[in-house]
Design a protein around this ligand. Structure first.
Ligand code: CTP
Length: 228
């Protein structure tokens, strides 16, 4: 059975011992994807962010992360195991430059304004694409304003060097439904665009996307068999 590695949920980037910069990702989508894949007999590992929904099925192996750095370490540990990586996590693009560790590990109120210095986080998916084997299928997510959805999805496919991207409008975050376009990277042999044709529940989306991915994972596994 194919091995699926999924990341889901937000990242929390520490400002000090008690505060963080986070986002509104619920992890619902990644977790229903994990449940459905397990139901279909896939071998599933789910890297799950803080405050995100747990999958209901016992067969899903859950590994928790908090920050982008934790997720980076988890991916380094689990990527080689996977036949398919689906990066549904909403990873921060910036994080506070240095975690403040003053007396109580907590920033004190100061008079007047205060500013936080932020640094870029690494693009984890791009890093995975640089390390992955040719027989591994790499899938990203892109949350985009509706009017630039397709153009931006194509740019991200190329920039990250991945096989497929699931593009969906901004309203998907924190919602129970999703309308999605699965866009393939023609340069990597996946010249395709498929759509859910309207918003569907995240549970139905899980079945839809796995049905799309199954033959593509099989195609990759054939690459492995022919190289062996
Ligand atoms: N992603 C990642 N590492 C990051 C940021 C995002 O691996 N530091 C992954 C997400 O999990 C998702 C994909 O990249 O699968 C797209 O994320 P998105 O935030 O939409 O793209 P960005 O590269 O951040 O581009 P932009 O901010 O221009 O939209």
């Amino acid at each position: 059975m194919p091995r699926l590695l999924i990341s889901a949920g937000p990242t929390y980037e520490p400002i000090d011992a008690v505060r963080f910069i986070g986002n509104r990702s619920s992890g619902k989508l990644g977790s229903s994807l994990a449940d459905r894949a397990d139901e279909l007999g896939w071998d599933v590992r789910l890297l799950l962010g803080p405050n995100a929904i747990e999958p209901s099925r016992k067969g899903v192996d859950v590994f928790r992360f908090t920050s982008c750095a934790d997720l980076e370490a988890a991916l380094a540990q689990h990527l080689a195991w996977a036949d398919c990586l689906v990066m549904a996590a909403a990873v921060a693009d910036y994080r506070p430059k240095a975690c403040e560790t003053d007396l109580c590990g907590k920033r004190r109120r100061v008079a007047g304004e205060m500013s936080l210095e932020l640094e870029s986080t690494p693009d984890l998916l791009k890093g995975c694409a640089e390390k992955a084997r040719p027989d591994q299928l790499l899938v990203g997510f892109a949350l985009e304003p509706a009017k630039e959805l397709m153009e931006s999805a194509r740019r991200k496919l190329e920039r990250k060097g991945i096989d497929l991207i699931v593009a969906n409008p901004l309203e998907t975050m924190d919602s129970d439904t999703i309308e999605a376009w699965l866009v393939g990277n023609a340069d990597r042999g996946f010249d395709m665009v498929n759509t859910t044709e309207g918003a569907i529940s995240k549970a139905r989306f899980a079945s839809w996307i796995l049905k799309q991915l199954e033959p593509l994972v099989d195609q990759k596994l054939m690459v492995r068999a022919s190289d062996a």
